[in-house]
Ligand binder design. Sequence first.
Ligand code: NDP
Length: 475
Amino acid sequence: MAAHQEKKLAEERKHQNIQNDTKAFQGQWGRAWEVDWFSLASILFLLMFAPLIVYYFIMSCAQYQCTLTDPLLDLLTGNKHLSDIWNRTPMLTSRAAGIYSLWVTFQVVLYMSIPDFCHKFLPGYVGGVQEGAVTPAGVVNKYEINGLQAWIITHMLWFANASCFHFFSPTIIFDNWIPLLWCANILGYAVSTFAMIKGYFFPTNAKDCKFTGNFFYDYMMGIEFNPRIGKWFDFKLFFNGRPGIVAWTLINLSFAAKQQELYGEVTNSMILVNVLQGIYVLDFFWNEAWYLKTIDICHDHFGWYLGWGDCVWLPYLYTLQGLYLVYHPIQLCTAHAIGVLMLGLLGYYVFRMTNHQKDLFRRTNGNCRIWGKKPEYIECSYMSVDGTKYYSKLMTSGFWGWARHFNYTGDLMGSLAYCLACGFEHILPYFYIIYMTILLIHRCIRDEHRCCSKYGKDWKHYTTAVPYRLLPGIF
Ligand code: NDP
C-alpha cells in the first residue's frame, strides 16, 4: 500500500515537474505568464474604451464633419446630451447584417475552397502550402497561402459590378458604414469569445496554450497560439488578412465613389490615399508567406486583441483618411501631392527592402548578398519546450545594421504620407500616424524583450553591434 502511494506521489511529482519545465521553457520566449498591474490596467482600459474610441471617430465624421473636439464641447457645455448623439446614430439594419454575412462567408469560401493558383503563373510569388515558424512548443504549422488570389477575385468582382453589372452601388460600404460597424463588432466579440472557450475546452495544440489565471488578460491577449478548425482554417491567418485587409482597399474605393457621387470628381488626395494604401495592401498579400514569420503569427496568441482588432479596429481606423476626404474633398497643389507621393513611395521602399533583406537572409541561412556583399551576422541559439536546441542568426548588415527595426521606420514614413495627403485642417486623419508610432514603439520593446529572453547573451551582442532601434544616432 505504502509502496503504491509512494509510486503515485512520484508520478504526481514527475507530472508537476513536466508542467513547470513547460512553463519555464515557454516563459523564455512566449507571451507573459504573469500579469503585472500596468499590463492589466492597459488591458482593462482597452477593453472598455477601444470600441468607444472607434465609435467616437466614426460618429464625429458622420455628425460633426470629422471635428474631434466638437462632440466633447457639445456634451460638456450641455448643448447636447449623450442621448441626442446616440439617437442620431444609425442602428443595426437587416441590410447591413446581410451584406456583412455575405462578405465574411465569401471570404471564408475563398480562403478554404480555392487552393492557390497565383503561384503557378506569377513569377516570384510564393503561394500554396507554406510552413510557419517553430512555435514555443516546437510545432511547425502548414498554411494554405491564397490571400493574393482572394484579393484579386474580390476586386475583379467589385470592378465588374461597378462597370457592368450594377447589382449594387460602389458607395454601398460608405452608405452602410455605421450599421456595418455593429456587425463587425458582433463578429469581433463572437470570435474572441469563441477563441477563449476553445482554448479552455478543445485547443488545437494544448502545449502552445497559455493561461495566466487572469480572465481579462487571457481574453484580451488570447490563450491559444494557433487556434484552428480542422486542418486548414487558421484563425490568425484568416482574421488578420481577410476580412479586414481585403476590405481595406474596397473601403477606400467606396469612399472614392462617394466623393464622385457627392462632388462630381475624385480629388488627387483621395487618389493618393487609394494608391499608397493600395500598394501597402497588395504588398501584404504578395508577401503573405513572409507574413507567417512576423510577430503577429510567431508571437501573439489569438484573443480579443487580434480577433476584435482585425474585425473592427483595422477596417475602421486604418481607413480614416479616405472617410475624412469624403467630408473634406481636398485638392492638393502639385508640390504637396508630389511630396506626399515621394514620401509614401520612399517609406514603402524602406519598409519592403528591410523586410526583404531579413527574409532573404533567413531563407538562405545567410548565403546571400546584401547590398552586393556577403552579410555579417551574430550566431545565436535558443530552446523549445521539449528542450531541443535550435540555432539561428541575427544579421548586422544592410538596413539591419543601421537600426534594429528599420522596417518600422519605413512603415512610419508611409503612414505619415497618408495623413499628410489630408492637409492640415483637422487632427482626425493624423490618428493613424499617432497610433502607428505608439504601436510600433511598443512592438520594438515587446519584440526586444522576447528576443532577449529567447537568445540571452547572443541578443546582448547584437544590441551592442546595432545600438539603435528606429533612427540611427537618435533612438
Ligand atoms: P519583424 O519583421 O521586424 O520581425 C521581428 C523578428 O525578426 C524578431 O522577433 C526576430 O525573430 C527577427 N529578427 C530581429 N532582428 C533580426 C536580425 N537582425 N536578423 C534576422 N532576424 C531578426 O517585426 P514584425 O513582425 O513586427 O513586423 C513585420 C512588418 O509588419 C514590419 O515591417 C512592420 O512595420 C509591419 N507591421 C505593420 C502593422 C500595421 O498595422 N500596419 C502592424 C505590425 C507590423 P526570430 O525569433 O525569428 O529571431
